[in-house]
Design a protein around this ligand. Structure first.
Ligand SMILES: *Cc1c(COP(=O)(O)O)cnc(C)c1O
Length: 454
């Protein structure tokens, strides 16, 4: 057994509000955890995006920001980090991941073309569709099954790619978008063998692979743990080997890169790079800062080296699994195997006594906050929204509450507290009576919808 490979030198106080205050806060928030004030939250597991704790070396780097308009020294540091760790030659910084997705989608998709992905991510899909592209889900079927013990639920089903190419011709595919450690499937990894298989399939058709590398390091760690032949290979080597199978990547630095803001696009494709440099100037800023301050680029550069430290990444994913194990051991239903960044509680099994129309996952997230001041996120029918055509509520196969663990922020005692609250609630689950929606925004409704108890 080992403990965290860091010690704490600065703290931010957090406070558990009284039960009466929590009841008031969640009612005022319309039983939607997105509408809570962070001051009313004790342990915040809403997201791992931009919630990372930076190291002393990253904060020291913030003081070395070169805020020149063009050619800042920190850009070259970031370029070196991307070359050395991800292996891509050309770098275009952006203010966060979705800006890199915007540029990539606009430049690489002709209207009507398909973009196969392993499941989807909200912003990635949105940018593909805005560029006239059509998203096709090519993830393996086990990704949709919360109880399957498949260790690589993030894999692509090659037969689905083949069917797409057979039906429409390979030239109808703009590129294949691969997201390691698939967020929407529960942080589920792809195996190296699968990425190699996709690359072997795509190459003769001339179809490039562009990674959404947001959580590629967490995926690399799960390969080291789960895939035969990689036990003695460093996470840094695994990451570089995987990235070498693609032509480039988009990146949200707010996840793996251990910062609070930032992103980039990186590629080996000269033409794409030239076009992206022209476009970033219009939407983000000059191609050597792309919407980022010099100091922020320095923090990303340093975070990139820290994220591939084997002890760090083992501790990060280990903490997620530590929480998952406690819940599973107590019989709380969760999505298994646990992935890289979050534990997904299966609200359908947890609140089986409620009808699905009572918004099981939303109800559970609200009850968890009231019980213990822990904030989680609904990932179920509220997030899935309505079908654009029929206007009917979509019925996703997964109805979950996501307990997302920020990097280097909480201790395992915090995890014990979260686990205990989930276990207590599970034992007392019949007191949860469900919600009905009283306000529904037209798009991305999960952010601002309001509910009342049934
Ligand atoms: C967060 C995220 C994005 C978007 O990045 P932002 O920095 O939030 O714009 C894209 N893909 C995945 C998988 C993500 O998790």
């Amino acid at each position: 057994m080992t403990a965290e490979p860091y010690k704490i030198k600065m703290v931010e106080p957090i406070r558990l509000k009284s039960h009466a205050d929590r009841l008031r806060a969640i009612a005022q928030a319309g039983y939607n955890t997105f509408l809570l004030r962070s001051e009313d939250v004790y342990i915040d597991l809403l997201t791992d995006s931009g919630t990372n704790a930076m190291s002393d070396r990253q904060w020291a780097g913030m003081m070395l920001g070169d805020e020149s308009y063009a050619g800042a020294r920190n850009f070259y540091h970031l370029q070196r980090a991307v070359r050395e760790v991800y292996g891509f030659r050309h770098l275009v910084p952006t203010h966060q991941g979705r800006a890199a997705e915007h540029i990539t989608s606009q430049l690489r998709i002709k209207p009507g073309q398909f973009v196969p992905m392993n499941m989807y991510f909200t912003t990635t899909r949105e940018h593909v569709e805005r560029a006239g592209g059509r998203f096709v889900d090519c993830i393996v079927d086990s990704a949709h099954d919360p109880t399957s013990d498949d260790p690589f639920k993030g894999n692509v089903d090659i037969a689905k790619l083949q069917r797409l190419a057979d039906a429409n011709g390979p030239e109808s595919i703009a590129y294949i978008s691969l997201a390691p450690a698939v967020n929407m499937a529960g942080g589920q990894p792809m195996s190296m063998a699968n990425v190699e298989q996709v690359a072997r399939w795509a190459e003769p058709h001339g179809i490039p692979i562009i990674f959404d590398a947001t959580r590629a390091v967490e995926n690399a760690y799960l390969i080291q743990q789960r895939e035969p032949g990689y036990q003695n290979v460093t996470v840094r080597t695994i990451l570089k080997k995987m990235m070498a199978l693609g032509e480039g990547c988009t990146m949200s630095s707010k996840k793996d890169n251990l910062v609070n803001i930032g992103g980039f696009l990186a590629t080996d494709n000269e033409e794409f790079f030239a076009a992206a440099k022209e476009m970033v100037v219009v939407f983000e800023g000059l191609h050597t800062y792309g919407g980022m301050a010099g100091r922020d680029m320095e923090a990303v550069a340093r975070g990139i080296y820290e994220m591939v430290d084997d002890a760090y990444i083992a501790s990060r994913v280990g903490q997620v699994h530590y929480l998952g194990r406690q819940l599973a051991d107590a019989g709380v239903p969760i999505v298994t195997p646990v992935g890289g960044h979050a534990v997904f509680v299966d609200a359908d099994r947890f609140l089986a006594h409620l009808r699905p129309e009572a918004f099981r996952a939303q109800s559970l997230a609200a009850a968890l906050y009231t019980d213990s001041g822990v904030r989680a996120m609904e990932r179920g029918r509220v997030s899935a929204g309505r079908d654009h055509g029929s206007g009917e509520n979509r019925r996703p196969q997964l109805e979950t509450v996501r307990l997302t663990i920020p990097r280097r922020v909480y201790s395992n005692l915090h995890m014990d507290y979260v686990a205990q609250s989930c276990i207590d609630l599970y034992q007392d689950r019949k007191q949860i009576t469900g919600l009905r929606m009283v306000y529904e925004p037209a798009s991305l409704r999960f952010f601002q919808a309001r509910f009342e108890p049934r």
